[in-house]
Design a binder for this molecule. Structure first.
Ligand code: NAD
Ligand code: FES
Length: 275
């Protein structure tokens, strides 16, 4: 027996959310953790951050972008369909503490994993400022949810179709130059965004947590696929992370490693489309 999809929503073009019945995962979930899905026996294992959990109904919510064969295959499922395996919750939970002023930075689909973290930080009394960025207005997700838990929400779009025109780093730099000084920053989004956010926050000496998304297989610390260099030490993202001190991450190495199978991924998608 598999894990039933209770609810399916289209959040933006190519971005969907599923609520899945997985009571054991739901009961144990803490913000920052992820799960690994396997659609059927021959399917790839896909790591996805858990966005929300509802222990009373035993459900977990995931948000994903259709970028390759596996995510396109999963996106075709509908309510009442089943996923063969849901493994989790995996990884370490976020360090939810009373910091005071917290800045959340959410880029594209990264808005989904940042939300439960900021929600928990808000719940215990932190003041939350959030910068939410996307390529364009229609690709902005979780705006309502983030607005509900943020004391201040700034929106950027690359093309200027909503909020300030530019990347999330544009208002970030300006805010720091104008004296805004959060105790800690949580930044989740594409690697290049996290790298550039960390360059800014490092120059202002502000601690920054990022959530990494390397290639993963088992998700339990055995295969070594998810290894990353953190302050010149090798760490396994699935068991030591996924969150790390962004100022210590070797982003260039991770970007190279994540691009390692681009050709194979293209071929796999072409084959799937021609089936
Ligand atoms: P995207 O390319 O649309 O970028 C989102 C935002 O990031 C942009 O709007 C911009 O504000 C910022 N950004 C992009 N390039 C930048 C740059 N060079 N400098 C500064 N800021 C920049 O993002 P997407 O298409 O939604 O892709 C999301 C990515 O996030 C995927 O690669 C996905 O794998 C990753 N992701 C990571 C996690 C995680 O836990 N780390 C979770 C979900 C998604
Ligand atoms: Fe295999 Fe982390 S995914 S060690």
């Amino acid at each position: 027996m598999g894990y039933k999809i209770l609810k399916k929503e289209i959040l933006a073009p190519g971005i969907k959310s599923f609520e899945i019945s997985a009571p054991l995962v739901s009961n144990k979930f803490k913000p920052g953790q992820f799960l690994v899905l396997r659609l059927h026996e021959k399917a790839e294992r896909i790591p996805l951050t858990i966005v929300d959990a509802e222990p009373s109904s035993g459900s977990v919510k995931i948000v994903f972008q259709e970028i390759g064969k596996s995510t396109i295959e999963i996106a075709k499922l509908n309510e009442n369909d089943e996923i063969m395996d849901v493994l989790g919750p995996l990884g370490k939970e976020s360090e939810i503490e009373l910091y005071g002023e917290v800045l959340g930075i959410a880029g594209g689909v990264g808005a989904a994993p940042v939300y439960p973290i900021l929600k928990s930080l808000k719940k215990i009394g932190n003041r939350i400022t959030t910068i939410l960025g996307a390529k364009s207005r229609e690709l902005l997700i979780m705006e309502e949810e983030l607005s509900g838990i943020s004391d201040k929400l700034l929106i950027t779009t690359d093309d200027g179709s909503k909020g300030e025109k530019g990347f999330v780093t544009t208002p970030l730099k300006l805010m720091f130059e104008q004296g805004f000084c959060p105790q800690i920053v949580w930044a989740i989004g594409p690697l290049i965004m996290m790298k550039n956010v960390c360059a800014v926050t490092k120059s202002f000496g502000i601690k920054t947590i990022v959530s990494l998304n390397p290639i993963m297989l088992d998700g339990t610390g055995m295969c070594g696929c998810c290894r990353v260099s953190i302050g010149n030490k090798t760490k396994f993202t699935c068991v030591d992370g996924p969150e790390f001190d962004g100022h210590l991450v070797d982003f260039n190495e991770l970007i190279l490693r994540n691009n390692r199978f681009i050709e194979e991924e293209k071929i796999s998608l072409e084959r799937y489309n021609n089936e």
